[in-house]
Write a protein that binds this ligand. Structure first.
Ligand SMILES: [Zn+2]
Length: 435
């Protein structure tokens, strides 16, 4: 399968959604606004691309279990695969948000006639990043757009969007693939061994998109056992990840490219860090008792490490910024700095959330094991013995309490409670201090 395939039949998942979209095109029932809901790596974006391709395709074909599918080889399909179709636009956040100037630019394009295709298509990825003013501005466009315009909004859940936008949208739900489905894709489509598939699925924390990226490169090795090493290695890998991204940024040749690159740490996983985090969380979850000073020491080190890492990443843009100052007006430079600040400044928060998610997945697996669930439901299937140990030692009631604690911690983090307090409290509670 080509990475940028534009055919529904090449999508690895989401058969139901594909069939639904395909038959609405075949039946000529095209809504003006679609909302594709589901987690980031459930295949929303490839499906949006396939849908756009089918709408624009010069000679659609009928498939085995699809009413219609894009041909994948006409000029229009090839342009969509390369992201260069003049009538298919992607709108992605500029910094952390999709901003009002981006929506205004969309509005100017939406009143034009399609230049080559039949439809003018706008994909907003993700639409949950519209802010209040850009969402209101979008709503006006949805109300007034000519009938040849199709909007495809991608979002995690419907709750993140204005009710008035929701009521105008046809909602297409995308289920998250189960760990077993992810492992099957890796084995059957990517030729991985069952062990390698289990490792990639586990490191991706159950995200198909990330698991596929890991499948191309990762050769995880087990690090030394025990919390003493695992926490040090995790901190080392956080620094290494920051250096890795600094090297990526340093290779940028223009401001535009640099801005695109600055969003990558949020979307692409750096495999050694995933492994370091996985091992640290596993050791923490399996540790019966911690030295009393560990939670506060570790929380402090983690915060310092993350702040440094984010600062160093921002610093790596300094030469490019100095260069750009010669060529662009101050207002442009200021905007550029603002975007960098919001992206790279958000990196520590992202790392905290990932840490909480990783811990949560260990406990969720243990709870499944404690409840006697089928082992194919486990995310960290390759560490089945560890999961059974955690389940036996902690028991159902304690596991539930810990999952609740972690879910609450995610909520606190999103409400901007100081991460150092959250981490310290969390480790104190789950680590079990030495008497
Ligand atoms: Zn085609």
């Amino acid at each position: 399968m080509a990475i940028n395939s534009v055919r529904f039949s090449d999508l690895l998942q989401q058969k139901t959604a594909s069939q639904h979209l395909s038959s609405s095109v075949a039946g000529g029932r095209i809504a003006q606004t679609y909302l594709f809901t589901g987690s980031e790596s459930c295949g929303r974006l490839p499906a949006a691309r396939a849908f756009a391709a089918l709408l624009q395709c010069e000679s659609p074909i009928s498939g085995e279990d699809l009413a219609l599918d894009a041909c994948g080889s006409c000029d229009s399909c090839r342009r969509i695969a390369h992201g260069s179709h003049p009538d298919v636009s992607m709108i992605t956040p500029n910094g952390r948000e999709i901003r009002i100037d981006q929506v205004r630019a969309l509005q100017e394009t939406a009143v034009l006639k399609p230049s080559s295709g039949r439809w003018l298509i706008f994909i907003l990825d993700p639409a949950d990043r519209l802010n209040q003013s850009s969402a209101n501005s979008l709503l006006k466009i949805l109300e007034e757009a000519p009938s040849h315009v199709v909007f495809i909004l991608l979002a995690r859940e419907t709750g993140a969007l204005l009710p008035t936008v929701l009521s105008r949208s046809e909602i297409v739900r995308f289920a998250s693939p189960s760990p077993a489905e992810i492992r099957d894709v890796l084995v059957e489509q990517r030729g991985l061994t069952h062990e390698a598939a289990a490792r990639c699925c586990s490191l991706s924390e159950g995200r198909l998109g990330q698991a596929l990226l890991l499948a191309q490169s990762v050769e995880p090795e087990l690090s030394r056992p025990g919390l003493k090493y695992a926490h040090a290695e995790f901190l080392i890998e956080l620094e290494a990840a920051s250096r890795h991204w600094q090297e990526v940024f340093a290779a940028a040749r223009s401001m535009d490219e640099a801005l695109r690159l600055a969003a990558r740490p949020f979307h692409e996983a750096y495999a050694p860090l995933l492994l370091g985090r996985k091992e640290f969380c596993r050791s923490l979850v399996m540790t019966a008792s911690l030295p009393a000073a560990f939670p506060i020491l570790f929380a402090d080190m983690l915060i310092e490490n993350l702040d440094n890492a984010a600062r160093e990443m921002q610093k790596s843009f300094a030469p490019m910024l100095a260069e750009a100052k010669k060529a662009y007006p101050a207002a442009v430079i200021k905007e550029f700095e603002g975007v960098l600040d919001s992206l790279l400044g958000g990196w520590p928060g992202l790392q905290f959330e990932e840490l909480l998610l990783c811990l949560l997945n260990w406990y969720s697996d243990a709870l499944k094991a404690a409840a006697g669930a089928d082992e194919t439901l486990l995310l960290n299937l390759g560490r089945k013995e560890d999961i059974i140990t955690i389940a036996e030692v902690d028991g159902v009631a304690l596991l539930r309490a810990r999952i609740e604690l972690l879910e609450n911690s995610v909520g606190l983090l999103r409400r901007h409670v100081q991460p150092v307090l959250i981490v310290e409290n969390l480790i104190t509670q789950i680590g079990g201090l030495e008497p």
